[in-house]
Design a protein around this ligand. Structure first.
Ligand code: NAD
Ligand code: AHE
Ligand code: ZN
Length: 369
């Protein structure tokens, strides 16, 4: 079938809106009509060429909501008409990782996913006879996409897909990192570095957890008003301080915060985020994705004296099991998606969504098909 799609033909070039060919779903696969998709910084990161797994040409996009059109042979958990959120972290419930009870990082389809292919090692997308790669197992920048059955969370059909698509990445990542990775408790102090979709979702999660103080850190002061309205108690601009920001935060918080979250992808900020944690117990969670070849640094003494460095992918959330409940939470108003949606536009204008993000003018742009 034909599908309108925004194709990344080469790193660093704008996406091109073209009509691609999409093959029917094979065994264990599902054809989904994407109704809406968010644009996450990770899409921009991969488009920039900085992602070691970046492959071109590809259909990017991993924050979508859609409706099942057709299922391939052997698919039992989904049928045409089901509303779904594609998962870049699959949940097969059978691999060592799923059965460990320790991680959400299912590995069942991860290897082929990282090579831009479906689990059988081929692609369902092509343009003028040339293969186009998948991305993160989701490729939500196409009106029609093919996704493994185990990479789809079935959600209530009552949920507005143009909002709950944000639970496909950003909002789930931030809120999940607070509850599943850090396990923030009432009264804890929190510092959030980077106030995009991920950082603001961390703030929302920290409010849910009953954090007593939430320090919001960004070099773009225009982000502070929204951060405050979502629950940040203090806003800190590193550019307005002439000493390392970790020193400022340690001083502001009587020795450091209980938890910090890096939501940028900047390895120098990752160091600040660790070092603003309280001696003896403070924990820092890396969420941001850093470019190829970059490394984190600190003095080992920072860890010897009790600080902990962690990382979090998709907020530690097991998508098929937990995402339907998070959608219900959004329906009940316990997760507020509205503040994240600063812009909406049709697929044809998707490059504007990237421009807005790079200029720091948007939190999330939702693309409607
Ligand atoms: P975004 O571009 O919307 O927000 C980033 C924010 O960081 C902006 O407000 C920007 O002003 C701020 N910033 C940039 N440099 C800064 C600095 N030196 N100091 C302080 N603030 C600074 O991005 P986003 O969509 O919120 O994504 C944030 C990061 O999280 C990206 O690296 C993305 O790839 C990553 N991410 C990771 C996961 C995961 O599962 N681990 C999921 C989603 C996104
Ligand atoms: N491809 C990159 C890594 C990218 C990365 O860290 N991805 C995050 C999700 S970002 C969503 O916006 C993630 O969940 N990673 C776990 C995984 O299995 O990919 C690289 O460095 O190769
Ligand atoms: Zn993302």
């Amino acid at each position: 079938m034909k599908s309108r799609a925004a194709v990344a033909f080469a790193a660093g070039e704008p996406l091109q809106i073209v009509e691609i060919d999409v093959e029917p779903p094979r065994a264990g696969e599902v054809l989904v009509r994407i109704v809406a998709t968010g644009v996450c910084h990770t899409d921009a990161f991969t488009l920039s060429g900085e992602d070691p797994e970046g492959i071109f040409p590809a259909v990017l996009g991993h924050e979508g909501g859609g409706i099942v059109v057709e299922v391939g042979a052997g698919v039992t958990s989904l049928q045409a008409g089901d509303h779904v959120i594609p998962l870049y972290t699959a949940e097969c419930r059978a691999c060592k990782f799923c059965l460990s009870g320790k991680t959400n990082l299912c590995q069942a389809v991860r290897a082929t996913q990282g090579r831009g292919l479906m689990p059988d090692g081929t692609t369902r997308f092509s343009y003028q006879g040339q293969p186009i790669h998948h991305y993160m197992g989701t490729s939500t920048f196409s009106e029609y996409t093919v996704v493994p059955e185990i990479s789809l969370a079935r959600i209530t059909p009552e949920a507005p897909l143009e909002k709950v698509c944000l639970l496909g990445c950003g909002v789930t990542t931030g809120i999940g990192a607070v509850h599943n990775t850090a396990k923030v408790q009432p009264g804890n102090t929190v510092a959030v570095f980077g106030l995009g979709g991920i950082g603001l979702a961390v703030i929302q999660g920290a409010v849910q957890a009953g954090a007593s103080r939430i320090l919001a850190v960004d070099i773009n002061a225009s982000k502070f008003e929204l951060a405050r309205s979502m629950g940040a108690t203090d806003c800190v601009n590193p550019r307005e301080n002439d000493r390392p920001i970790q020193e400022v935060i340690v001083e502001m918080t009587d020795g450091g915060v209980d938890f910090s979250f890096e939501c940028i992808g900047n390895v120098d900020v990752m160091r600040s985020a660790l070092e603003c944690c309280h001696k003896g117990w403070g924990e820092s969670v890396i969420i941001g994705v850093a470019g190829a070849g970059q490394e984190i640094r600190t003095r080992p003494f920072q860890l010897v004296t009790g600080r902990v460095w962690r990382g979090s992918a998709f907020g530690g959330v097991k998508g098929r099991t937990q995402l339907p409940g998070m959608v219900e939470q959004a329906m009940r108003g316990e997760i507020d998606l509205d503040p994240f949606i600063t812009h909406e536009m049709p697929l044809e204008r998707i490059n504007e969504a990237f421009d807005l993000m790079h200029r720091g003018e948007s939190i999330r742009t939702v693309i409607r098909f």
